[in-house]
Design a protein around this ligand. Structure first.
Ligand SMILES: C[S@@+](CC[C@H](N)C(=O)[O-])C[C@H]1O[C@@H](n2cnc3c(N)ncnc32)[C@H](O)[C@@H]1O
Length: 327
Protein backbone atom coordinates (compact mmCIF):
# COMPACT_ATOMS: atom_id res chain seq x y z
CA UNK A 1 0.00 0.00 0.00
CA UNK A 2 1.54 3.29 -0.97
CA UNK A 3 1.78 6.13 1.48
CA UNK A 4 -0.15 8.62 -0.53
CA UNK A 5 -3.01 8.62 -2.96
CA UNK A 6 -2.34 10.05 -6.37
CA UNK A 7 -5.63 9.60 -8.17
CA UNK A 8 -6.14 13.23 -8.99
CA UNK A 9 -8.06 14.51 -12.01
CA UNK A 10 -4.82 15.77 -13.55
CA UNK A 11 -2.81 12.60 -13.19
CA UNK A 12 -2.80 10.88 -16.59
CA UNK A 13 -1.65 7.63 -15.02
CA UNK A 14 -4.81 7.30 -13.06
CA UNK A 15 -6.97 6.31 -15.95
CA UNK A 16 -4.84 3.23 -16.50
CA UNK A 17 -4.67 2.49 -12.81
CA UNK A 18 -8.41 2.89 -12.39
CA UNK A 19 -9.25 0.63 -15.28
CA UNK A 20 -7.12 -2.16 -13.83
CA UNK A 21 -8.78 -1.53 -10.45
CA UNK A 22 -12.17 -1.89 -12.10
CA UNK A 23 -11.21 -5.31 -13.29
CA UNK A 24 -9.80 -6.43 -9.98
CA UNK A 25 -12.83 -5.24 -7.96
CA UNK A 26 -15.33 -6.90 -10.20
CA UNK A 27 -13.28 -10.07 -10.64
CA UNK A 28 -12.82 -10.74 -6.95
CA UNK A 29 -16.39 -10.06 -5.96
CA UNK A 30 -18.27 -12.41 -8.26
CA UNK A 31 -15.76 -14.21 -10.45
CA UNK A 32 -17.45 -12.65 -13.43
CA UNK A 33 -16.05 -11.39 -16.66
CA UNK A 34 -14.50 -8.00 -15.84
CA UNK A 35 -16.60 -6.31 -18.49
CA UNK A 36 -19.75 -8.25 -17.82
CA UNK A 37 -21.83 -5.07 -17.62
CA UNK A 38 -20.45 -3.75 -20.86
CA UNK A 39 -20.99 -7.19 -22.37
CA UNK A 40 -24.60 -7.24 -21.26
CA UNK A 41 -25.06 -3.86 -22.95
CA UNK A 42 -24.02 -5.58 -26.14
CA UNK A 43 -27.36 -7.30 -26.71
CA UNK A 44 -26.76 -9.73 -23.83
CA UNK A 45 -24.32 -11.79 -25.90
CA UNK A 46 -22.00 -13.28 -23.27
CA UNK A 47 -19.18 -14.18 -25.62
CA UNK A 48 -19.04 -11.03 -27.68
CA UNK A 49 -15.94 -9.00 -26.83
CA UNK A 50 -17.06 -5.70 -25.32
CA UNK A 51 -15.86 -2.50 -26.88
CA UNK A 52 -13.49 -0.83 -24.40
CA UNK A 53 -14.39 2.83 -24.47
CA UNK A 54 -11.85 5.53 -23.73
CA UNK A 55 -13.00 9.11 -23.31
CA UNK A 56 -10.39 11.66 -24.23
CA UNK A 57 -9.62 13.93 -21.30
CA UNK A 58 -11.44 17.23 -21.73
CA UNK A 59 -14.36 15.54 -23.55
CA UNK A 60 -17.61 14.98 -21.65
CA UNK A 61 -17.88 11.24 -20.85
CA UNK A 62 -21.05 9.33 -21.72
CA UNK A 63 -22.71 7.58 -18.84
CA UNK A 64 -23.57 4.47 -20.81
CA UNK A 65 -19.88 3.55 -21.06
CA UNK A 66 -19.34 3.84 -17.31
CA UNK A 67 -22.21 1.79 -15.92
CA UNK A 68 -21.25 -1.00 -13.60
CA UNK A 69 -22.71 -3.17 -10.87
CA UNK A 70 -24.89 -1.14 -8.53
CA UNK A 71 -23.33 -2.40 -5.33
CA UNK A 72 -19.99 -3.42 -4.03
CA UNK A 73 -19.37 -4.48 -0.47
CA UNK A 74 -17.86 -1.54 1.44
CA UNK A 75 -16.94 -3.86 4.32
CA UNK A 76 -14.93 -6.41 2.32
CA UNK A 77 -11.27 -6.50 3.14
CA UNK A 78 -8.91 -5.92 0.24
CA UNK A 79 -5.81 -3.98 -0.74
CA UNK A 80 -7.41 -2.11 -3.61
CA UNK A 81 -7.54 1.33 -2.08
CA UNK A 82 -4.68 3.74 -1.83
CA UNK A 83 -4.58 6.13 1.07
CA UNK A 84 -2.09 8.25 2.95
CA UNK A 85 -0.98 6.95 6.33
CA UNK A 86 -1.82 10.38 7.82
CA UNK A 87 -3.95 13.30 6.54
CA UNK A 88 -0.83 15.50 6.64
CA UNK A 89 0.61 13.40 3.80
CA UNK A 90 -2.29 14.10 1.46
CA UNK A 91 -1.48 16.64 -1.21
CA UNK A 92 -4.83 18.24 -1.99
CA UNK A 93 -3.38 20.93 -4.21
CA UNK A 94 -3.25 18.39 -7.04
CA UNK A 95 -7.01 17.96 -6.70
CA UNK A 96 -7.84 21.65 -6.53
CA UNK A 97 -6.09 24.04 -8.92
CA UNK A 98 -5.57 27.42 -7.30
CA UNK A 99 -8.87 29.16 -6.67
CA UNK A 100 -9.49 32.77 -7.56
CA UNK A 101 -11.36 33.48 -4.35
CA UNK A 102 -9.12 32.00 -1.67
CA UNK A 103 -10.52 32.49 1.80
CA UNK A 104 -8.42 33.41 4.78
CA UNK A 105 -8.24 29.93 6.32
CA UNK A 106 -7.13 28.31 3.11
CA UNK A 107 -4.30 30.76 2.62
CA UNK A 108 -2.85 29.60 5.91
CA UNK A 109 -2.62 25.98 4.85
CA UNK A 110 0.07 24.41 2.71
CA UNK A 111 -2.18 21.84 1.09
CA UNK A 112 -5.75 23.10 1.38
CA UNK A 113 -8.11 20.27 2.17
CA UNK A 114 -11.76 19.88 1.11
CA UNK A 115 -14.49 21.82 2.92
CA UNK A 116 -17.42 19.81 1.60
CA UNK A 117 -17.78 16.07 0.94
CA UNK A 118 -20.28 14.38 -1.33
CA UNK A 119 -20.06 10.84 0.03
CA UNK A 120 -21.02 8.20 -2.52
CA UNK A 121 -21.15 10.88 -5.20
CA UNK A 122 -22.19 8.46 -7.96
CA UNK A 123 -21.97 10.20 -11.34
CA UNK A 124 -21.14 13.54 -9.70
CA UNK A 125 -24.21 15.70 -10.41
CA UNK A 126 -24.23 17.19 -6.92
CA UNK A 127 -20.43 17.54 -6.75
CA UNK A 128 -20.34 19.75 -9.85
CA UNK A 129 -23.50 21.65 -8.87
CA UNK A 130 -22.00 22.50 -5.47
CA UNK A 131 -18.83 23.76 -7.18
CA UNK A 132 -20.75 26.67 -8.67
CA UNK A 133 -23.12 27.16 -5.72
CA UNK A 134 -20.18 27.36 -3.27
CA UNK A 135 -17.38 28.88 -5.39
CA UNK A 136 -15.09 29.63 -2.44
CA UNK A 137 -15.30 26.10 -1.03
CA UNK A 138 -13.49 22.96 -2.06
CA UNK A 139 -15.93 20.19 -2.90
CA UNK A 140 -14.82 16.57 -3.00
CA UNK A 141 -16.95 13.72 -4.32
CA UNK A 142 -15.93 10.31 -3.00
CA UNK A 143 -17.02 7.23 -4.88
CA UNK A 144 -16.14 3.59 -4.25
CA UNK A 145 -16.80 2.24 -7.76
CA UNK A 146 -13.76 2.85 -9.96
CA UNK A 147 -15.58 3.17 -13.28
CA UNK A 148 -18.04 5.66 -11.80
CA UNK A 149 -15.26 7.66 -10.14
CA UNK A 150 -13.46 7.71 -13.50
CA UNK A 151 -16.62 9.11 -15.09
CA UNK A 152 -16.71 11.92 -12.52
CA UNK A 153 -13.00 12.65 -13.03
CA UNK A 154 -13.56 13.03 -16.78
CA UNK A 155 -16.76 15.01 -16.21
CA UNK A 156 -14.91 17.51 -14.02
CA UNK A 157 -12.06 17.82 -16.53
CA UNK A 158 -14.60 18.48 -19.29
CA UNK A 159 -16.43 21.07 -17.14
CA UNK A 160 -13.09 22.78 -16.42
CA UNK A 161 -12.17 22.84 -20.09
CA UNK A 162 -15.53 24.30 -21.16
CA UNK A 163 -15.76 26.79 -18.26
CA UNK A 164 -12.24 27.94 -17.38
CA UNK A 165 -11.90 28.71 -13.65
CA UNK A 166 -15.42 27.58 -12.73
CA UNK A 167 -14.83 24.00 -11.61
CA UNK A 168 -11.32 24.21 -10.17
CA UNK A 169 -12.84 23.89 -6.71
CA UNK A 170 -14.28 20.40 -7.19
CA UNK A 171 -12.64 17.04 -7.52
CA UNK A 172 -13.26 13.34 -7.03
CA UNK A 173 -11.54 10.64 -5.06
CA UNK A 174 -12.07 6.95 -5.60
CA UNK A 175 -12.18 5.50 -2.11
CA UNK A 176 -14.19 3.74 0.56
CA UNK A 177 -15.49 6.28 3.07
CA UNK A 178 -16.56 3.53 5.44
CA UNK A 179 -12.92 2.67 6.05
CA UNK A 180 -10.45 5.37 5.16
CA UNK A 181 -11.82 8.79 6.08
CA UNK A 182 -9.42 9.10 9.03
CA UNK A 183 -6.50 8.71 6.61
CA UNK A 184 -7.58 11.69 4.53
CA UNK A 185 -9.27 14.22 6.79
CA UNK A 186 -8.37 16.11 9.93
CA UNK A 187 -10.62 16.53 12.92
CA UNK A 188 -13.06 19.46 12.53
CA UNK A 189 -11.94 20.19 8.96
CA UNK A 190 -15.24 19.82 7.08
CA UNK A 191 -18.12 22.28 6.81
CA UNK A 192 -20.64 20.04 5.11
CA UNK A 193 -21.11 16.36 4.36
CA UNK A 194 -23.73 15.23 1.84
CA UNK A 195 -25.00 11.66 1.74
CA UNK A 196 -27.50 11.47 -1.08
CA UNK A 197 -29.57 8.46 -1.99
CA UNK A 198 -27.23 6.01 -0.28
CA UNK A 199 -27.56 2.31 -1.04
CA UNK A 200 -30.46 1.17 1.20
CA UNK A 201 -29.18 -2.37 1.99
CA UNK A 202 -32.66 -3.63 2.76
CA UNK A 203 -31.71 -6.98 4.32
CA UNK A 204 -31.15 -6.83 8.02
CA UNK A 205 -27.92 -8.80 7.74
CA UNK A 206 -26.61 -6.00 5.47
CA UNK A 207 -27.51 -3.14 7.81
CA UNK A 208 -23.82 -2.88 8.84
CA UNK A 209 -23.12 -1.79 5.25
CA UNK A 210 -25.32 1.27 5.62
CA UNK A 211 -23.38 4.48 5.39
CA UNK A 212 -25.28 6.07 8.26
CA UNK A 213 -24.76 4.25 11.54
CA UNK A 214 -23.85 5.18 15.10
CA UNK A 215 -20.19 4.46 14.43
CA UNK A 216 -20.01 6.41 11.17
CA UNK A 217 -22.01 9.29 12.63
CA UNK A 218 -19.33 9.55 15.29
CA UNK A 219 -16.74 9.77 12.51
CA UNK A 220 -18.77 12.39 10.63
CA UNK A 221 -19.11 14.39 13.86
CA UNK A 222 -15.35 14.13 14.37
CA UNK A 223 -14.55 15.45 10.87
CA UNK A 224 -17.19 18.18 10.84
CA UNK A 225 -16.42 21.58 12.30
CA UNK A 226 -18.60 22.52 15.27
CA UNK A 227 -21.95 23.60 13.74
CA UNK A 228 -21.00 21.88 10.45
CA UNK A 229 -23.87 20.22 8.58
CA UNK A 230 -24.75 16.66 7.58
CA UNK A 231 -27.23 16.50 4.68
CA UNK A 232 -29.24 13.32 4.10
CA UNK A 233 -31.71 12.46 1.35
CA UNK A 234 -33.26 9.20 0.18
CA UNK A 235 -36.32 7.95 -1.67
CA UNK A 236 -36.67 4.97 0.70
CA UNK A 237 -38.98 5.86 3.57
CA UNK A 238 -37.67 3.13 5.90
CA UNK A 239 -34.11 4.28 5.31
CA UNK A 240 -35.11 7.88 6.02
CA UNK A 241 -36.60 6.72 9.31
CA UNK A 242 -33.36 4.86 10.05
CA UNK A 243 -31.43 8.10 9.34
CA UNK A 244 -33.72 10.08 11.64
CA UNK A 245 -33.49 7.52 14.41
CA UNK A 246 -29.68 7.26 14.26
CA UNK A 247 -29.07 10.99 13.97
CA UNK A 248 -31.65 12.07 16.52
CA UNK A 249 -30.21 9.69 19.11
CA UNK A 250 -26.61 10.64 18.37
CA UNK A 251 -25.32 13.02 21.05
CA UNK A 252 -23.21 15.03 18.59
CA UNK A 253 -26.02 16.09 16.25
CA UNK A 254 -29.18 18.12 16.37
CA UNK A 255 -31.82 18.37 13.68
CA UNK A 256 -32.48 21.55 11.70
CA UNK A 257 -36.04 22.81 11.44
CA UNK A 258 -37.99 22.90 8.17
CA UNK A 259 -37.68 26.69 8.21
CA UNK A 260 -33.88 26.36 8.37
CA UNK A 261 -33.91 23.82 5.54
CA UNK A 262 -36.05 26.11 3.38
CA UNK A 263 -33.52 28.89 3.83
CA UNK A 264 -30.53 26.76 2.75
CA UNK A 265 -29.85 26.74 -1.02
CA UNK A 266 -27.76 23.57 -0.59
CA UNK A 267 -30.94 21.69 0.34
CA UNK A 268 -32.57 22.67 -2.95
CA UNK A 269 -29.48 21.60 -4.91
CA UNK A 270 -29.28 18.31 -3.00
CA UNK A 271 -32.97 17.76 -3.79
CA UNK A 272 -32.69 18.38 -7.52
CA UNK A 273 -29.14 17.87 -8.80
CA UNK A 274 -28.13 14.28 -8.05
CA UNK A 275 -28.56 11.64 -10.73
CA UNK A 276 -30.53 9.42 -8.36
CA UNK A 277 -32.76 12.34 -7.40
CA UNK A 278 -33.50 13.00 -11.06
CA UNK A 279 -34.39 9.33 -11.55
CA UNK A 280 -36.79 9.54 -8.60
CA UNK A 281 -38.40 12.62 -10.14
CA UNK A 282 -38.85 10.85 -13.47
CA UNK A 283 -40.59 7.95 -11.74
CA UNK A 284 -42.62 10.40 -9.62
CA UNK A 285 -41.27 8.93 -6.38
CA UNK A 286 -40.93 10.68 -3.02
CA UNK A 287 -37.79 12.19 -1.61
CA UNK A 288 -37.22 12.35 2.13
CA UNK A 289 -34.53 14.56 3.51
CA UNK A 290 -33.12 15.98 6.72
CA UNK A 291 -30.14 18.05 7.81
CA UNK A 292 -28.33 17.58 11.11
CA UNK A 293 -25.93 20.01 12.68
CA UNK A 294 -22.80 18.94 14.51
CA UNK A 295 -23.33 20.55 17.91
CA UNK A 296 -21.06 23.27 19.21
CA UNK A 297 -18.35 22.38 21.70
CA UNK A 298 -20.31 24.10 24.49
CA UNK A 299 -23.41 22.02 23.72
CA UNK A 300 -21.24 18.92 23.60
CA UNK A 301 -20.19 19.56 27.17
CA UNK A 302 -23.81 19.96 28.28
CA UNK A 303 -24.99 16.85 26.39
CA UNK A 304 -22.26 14.63 27.82
CA UNK A 305 -24.04 14.92 31.16
CA UNK A 306 -27.17 13.14 29.84
CA UNK A 307 -25.52 10.69 27.40
CA UNK A 308 -26.54 7.02 27.92
CA UNK A 309 -23.80 4.76 26.57
CA UNK A 310 -25.74 1.58 27.49
CA UNK A 311 -28.46 2.18 24.94
CA UNK A 312 -26.31 3.81 22.27
CA UNK A 313 -24.87 0.77 20.45
CA UNK A 314 -27.05 -1.66 18.54
CA UNK A 315 -26.76 -5.07 16.92
CA UNK A 316 -24.77 -4.85 13.73
CA UNK A 317 -22.45 -2.13 14.90
CA UNK A 318 -18.76 -2.98 14.96
CA UNK A 319 -19.53 -6.36 13.41
CA UNK A 320 -21.61 -7.52 16.40
CA UNK A 321 -22.90 -11.01 15.54
CA UNK A 322 -26.18 -11.00 13.61
CA UNK A 323 -26.77 -14.74 13.90
CA UNK A 324 -29.92 -14.31 15.98
CA UNK A 325 -31.37 -11.71 13.62
CA UNK A 326 -33.70 -12.78 10.82
CA UNK A 327 -33.32 -11.19 7.40
C1 LIG B 1 -27.42 5.00 -5.05
S1 LIG B 1 -25.91 5.76 -5.43
C2 LIG B 1 -26.20 7.50 -5.21
C3 LIG B 1 -25.24 8.33 -6.02
C4 LIG B 1 -25.40 9.85 -5.88
N1 LIG B 1 -25.22 10.28 -4.52
C5 LIG B 1 -26.75 10.28 -6.38
O1 LIG B 1 -27.60 10.64 -5.56
O2 LIG B 1 -26.96 10.24 -7.61
C6 LIG B 1 -24.90 5.42 -4.00
C7 LIG B 1 -23.43 5.57 -4.35
O3 LIG B 1 -22.64 5.44 -3.18
C8 LIG B 1 -21.46 4.73 -3.56
N2 LIG B 1 -20.91 4.13 -2.33
C9 LIG B 1 -21.45 3.14 -1.61
N3 LIG B 1 -20.68 2.85 -0.54
C10 LIG B 1 -19.63 3.71 -0.59
C11 LIG B 1 -18.48 3.90 0.23
N4 LIG B 1 -18.30 3.14 1.30
N5 LIG B 1 -17.59 4.85 -0.12
C12 LIG B 1 -17.79 5.61 -1.22
N6 LIG B 1 -18.86 5.47 -2.04
C13 LIG B 1 -19.77 4.54 -1.73
C14 LIG B 1 -21.96 3.71 -4.55
O4 LIG B 1 -20.94 3.17 -5.36
C15 LIG B 1 -22.97 4.53 -5.34
O5 LIG B 1 -22.39 5.17 -6.45
Amino acid sequence: MSDITDNTPENPLNKKQRISETESVEDTSKQQHPDQDAASDLHHHPRRQPHIHHTEEGMMPQKRFYRCRAHCNPLSHNDIFEYPTHPNLMNWSDHFPILKHEDHNHQQQNSPSPDVLDIGCGFGGLTVALATLLPTKRILGIEIRPKVAEFVRLRILACRKDNPGLYDNCSVLRNNTMKYMPNFFHKASLEKIFICFPDPHFKRKNFPRRIVSERLLSEYAYFLKPTGLLYLITDVKDLHEWHLEKCRSHPMFHELTQKELDADPCVQVMYSETEEGKKVERSKGNKYYAVFQRISNEDMQKKSETFQPDTFWHMGEFGVSMTSASE
